[in-house]
Ligand binder design. Sequence first.
Ligand code: GUN
Ligand code: FE
Length: 466
Amino acid sequence: MTTDVRGGAVLGTFLHAPRPERLDVLVDTLICVDEAGVISRVLPAFSHEGERVLNELGERVIRLPDGHYGLPGLVDLHVHAPQYPQLGLALDEPLEVWLQKYTFPLEAQYRDLDFARERYSVLVADLLAGGTTTALYFATQDRAATEVLADLCIAAGQRALIGKVAMDDPAACPPDYRDESAEAAVRDTRAVIDYIRGHADNGEGRVLPVVTPRFVPSCTDAALEGLGQLARDCDCHVQTHCSESDWAHNYAFERFGISDAAVLDRFGLLGRRSVVAHAPFLSEADMDLLVERGSAVAHCALSNIYFANSVFPLRQALEKQLHVGLGTDISGGPSASMWEACRTTVQVSRMLEEGVDPALPAAERGRGTGRVDLVTAFHLATAGGGVALDLPIGVFAEGYRFDALAIDTRAVDGGIRLFGQTEPAAVFEKIVYGANRSNVAAVWVDGICRVDRGRREGAGSGGNHA
Ligand code: GUN
Ligand code: FE
């Protein structure tokens, strides 16, 4: 079934959510993809024009088999690539202890480039196989290891935005895992930007560099200042953490007398292509500031249960037209699945609305507002991620990249059981609540097939990374 679709088309039923709260169903639809991997037409297959195009393209049309649905690829807006070996571990401490005790020592090991290559290649393959076509990655402090991650994403064909993590404050970062100075943090960040942009195999720019101050507590003023300037000079994406926990939120007030978001803005780190992770403690004014700057929040619902000890007020953010996408926050969140991120987003939004303490009367238990539905969560995991990154992805429409999944609802090892259900909205819910990697039959990025379950099973591989 699956092959590259550049210069061809895919025929089938597609489900996507260009806007919150609304699922669009494209039954018997032909999506034409140009030679660059961009969607050139979306049209009903059994119309006069559809028939004409079908005839014209002939064998260059891929037909999704029965029980398969086309969905946009998933956009993970917050991943710590080096933390993948720690996924599902070490969630017993608060953020500031977890960083020092577990996470910095693990990330420091990536200075060994063989160690890095082995682990990063497993991560990139696993994320693609699970349907994550785009990832916004924090790498590590080490320049060369960050370039290894870029090499692997370029080779695997994943759309990736990658940042060398800047962390230079000796008061907060261990001596064996930090930038030696603010100048070194900026210089190495610039070197990675140049490396990724000049990479011989990255001519289509599928991998992009990101200015990445870890978070305010890890960086000196000079580093924050220099990175803000660099982001402007290089016209780069920016990513960081913001007001993630009570501790991190209060830290900014103690050091600067203003909020985390206001600090980032002071250093020129909030722009149209900035993504701040977590951010449950944003004030109304902080949210308004992000909206004004066109910046986005990576909502990491699962991780926030462990480190934020609160729920990001997503509904409120969306009502303000704040850009939001979803992130797994590997390994602060113990799942690499963006399907799981969608589910948890819905679940914690219900908890925010209804409250959780049974000792309180129902009327006093929660905010009384806050829930989002599954379509909205999926919208954020696809189209919303695209808006956050200012990239044309996550929607099946002319001009968007063909980053797409073929979901096999009948996969024997999958998590979906339809029992004959064919109503598209119900099929959609079954997919997002049930899908696992076995249901992801094919993955295209820029119209190039990067995962083909049929081919994988045929080869009998799977690897052993025990
Ligand atoms: N804040 C600073 N670094 C990190 C990190 O690695 N993970 C999370 N969740 N928050 C952070
Ligand atoms: Fe994080």
